[in-house]
Design a protein around this ligand. Sequence first.
Ligand SMILES: C[S@@+](CC[C@H](N)C(=O)[O-])C[C@H]1O[C@@H](n2cnc3c(N)ncnc32)[C@H](O)[C@@H]1O
Length: 379
Amino acid sequence: MAARDQAVHRIPEILHDTRWTVCLVGEEQSAKLAQVTAGLRLPPDRTGSGKLITSGFSYWGLESTVAWAHACNDLYYPVMRESIESFSRRWHGMAAALPDGPLHHVSLGPGTGEKDQAILRHLAERGTPGCYIPVDVSAEMLRLGQRAALQNLRLPPGEVLPVQLDFALPRNLDRLRALVARTVGDEPVLYSLLGNTLANFDSDAQLLKLLVDKVLRPQDRFLLEVANTAGQDGSAALAAAQEYENSPRFREFVTSALMQYTDLQIDMNSLSCEGSVEDDRALLVKVVYRNRTGGELTLTLPDRSSVPFPDQDTIRLYLSRKYTQQGLEKMLTEAEVVKAGEAYDGGNTAFDRPVFGMTLLLLQSSGAPRDPVGPNPFA
Ligand SMILES: C[S@@+](CC[C@H](N)C(=O)[O-])C[C@H]1O[C@@H](n2cnc3c(N)ncnc32)[C@H](O)[C@@H]1O
């Protein structure tokens, strides 16, 4: 036992050879496979509201991670590329609103890592770098993102703690909060949820509230980046859907999960991006795979069970939104957070197209202080 403890203590030294990375795995991965299988067993629905692959699983695994990295560089998928390119400017615009002193960074879904690099660089320039804790459902994404995030930065390897965890599950957030508290104590933390990731979840407002309730302490800040829209009608919804429709790399990305979890022979013509107006809060885009063969197919799932996939039945592969100002403000109020800083990017919109952009918000808790984590969070 003593020898094993020593081996763990030697990890920071081993990590000086940058070919090694560590990853704390926070949950049973086999249980996740059961979750994805359950989503593909849902009853038939022609509108994209039945079978589905939920957010985390679109990125889980090597194929999806590589496909995501390619999509982020696709000239025809401007949403992510422009969001990455303009991030540094927007981020620097609000950095003055950060609390003084050491600040640790917990990145929820770091993706390809470029934005985290801009944040970590700024914290290093202030002379107050803290720990960097990227949290992602995909171990492959963590390794890929970490390389970009730490490029040309002198963050000691022992200060970097990647965590593989699904942050949409309440019990996982309890454990994350306990892990962060054990790592940094009472020092402030900057949490980030960037790249419109929030919009990928069915219950986006509930997720934001959950994150704030579970992890955000009064001394912490929450950096949230979401896509916004000025228009809120059918033509704006159509234009939002077209942003995804036009990108071959994005299409490869969304179908990569389908290829991993089913034996379906993918036909790219069966993929459609469908835009609609979600009340007065957002434009909603569903990326849907529809059986257009004219007959019933059978899907074989990872547990070797089979599921009928009737003609015109759908599998929702991806969900996204662009929020109205009203929708965003309502989510913030419900989550009991207030703005400490904000920056907008209008995007490159032609004169006859709806105005879409990205909003970056620095948030802090407005709610009453909560009790510290319960007695045995690591149980
Ligand atoms: C849209 S990408 C955003 C990437 C990056 N933040 C950016 O702005 O470029 C979403 C990221 O969140 C991760 N992710 C999605 N759902 C997740 C979940 N439920 N738990 C943990 N990570 C998740 C994905 O693996 C991916 O890295």
